[in-house]
Design a protein around this ligand. Sequence first.
Ligand code: ATP
Ligand code: MG
Length: 253
Amino acid sequence: MSLLEVEDVVVRFGGVTAVDHAGFTAEAGRITGLIGPNGAGKTTCFNVITGLQKPNHGTVRFDGRAITRLPVHRRSRRGMGRTFQRLEAFGSLTVRDNVRVARDIHRGIAGLVRPVGTDVDGLLERVGIAAYADERADSIPTGVARLLELARCLAGQPKLLLLDEPSSGLDESETQAFGELLAELAAEGRGIVMVEHDMELVMSVCDDLHVLDFGKVIASGPPAVIRADPAVQKAYLGYADESDDTQVLEAIS
Ligand SMILES: Nc1ncnc2c1ncn2[C@@H]1O[C@H](COP(=O)(O)OP(=O)(O)OP(=O)(O)O)[C@@H](O)[C@H]1O
Ligand SMILES: [Mg+2]
């Protein structure tokens, strides 16, 4: 049984079919990448998984139970955490207080069911932003804000993390450190699903990949297989033959 199972999901916005009978899974202890061109439906899939978007059709299962109709906070209580493509931290609070608030919200949501005893400063240390603990969130560089977003998510001690473009705004060395951190977080047993345009990061840290194109999953498999898949090359490049890995990487990064 997979930690997350998305089955035959359809989302329509008026005449636009944003997600078109998409199905994929994500496992505990592994990093799963959800990739695809702009507008492919990746964020909409995240919204369906986390409960922000009601699907027109299909099922989402988390930890063996159907959650398709559960509200956001009940999914969160069961151990689902996410970050947003657009940064969501409270600008007027310090970095430390942002994580504290996230922890307390989770405490409130979890109630007595799942007490959350996160050590806030330990968490800032862990994601590498302890030096910014007393800075206001609206005064920190984007790279730090991305890591703050991750810390806020981890404050709820999720079993599954859904990260929407977590490396945008990180420089090369920050991205590498970020990849190592994700690998550690997965090795501790968490499931991680990541939407990401940085193909170097995706290919180096993901264990499994699902490729979306016009709302459909056109390929699923390990990075090495996905890279060589003609349907993936066609979706990104507009033609199927004679394209090598380098071209694909250039085209989709
Ligand atoms: N609330 C909405 N109302 C109408 N159309 C929407 C809405 N949200 C998304 N769409 C459309 O659905 C499609 C999928 O969008 P989505 O944001 O899921 O793509 P994405 O893969 O996350 O893209 P990106 O890589 O640019 O973030 C796009 O055509 C988008 O314009
Ligand atoms: Mg998106």
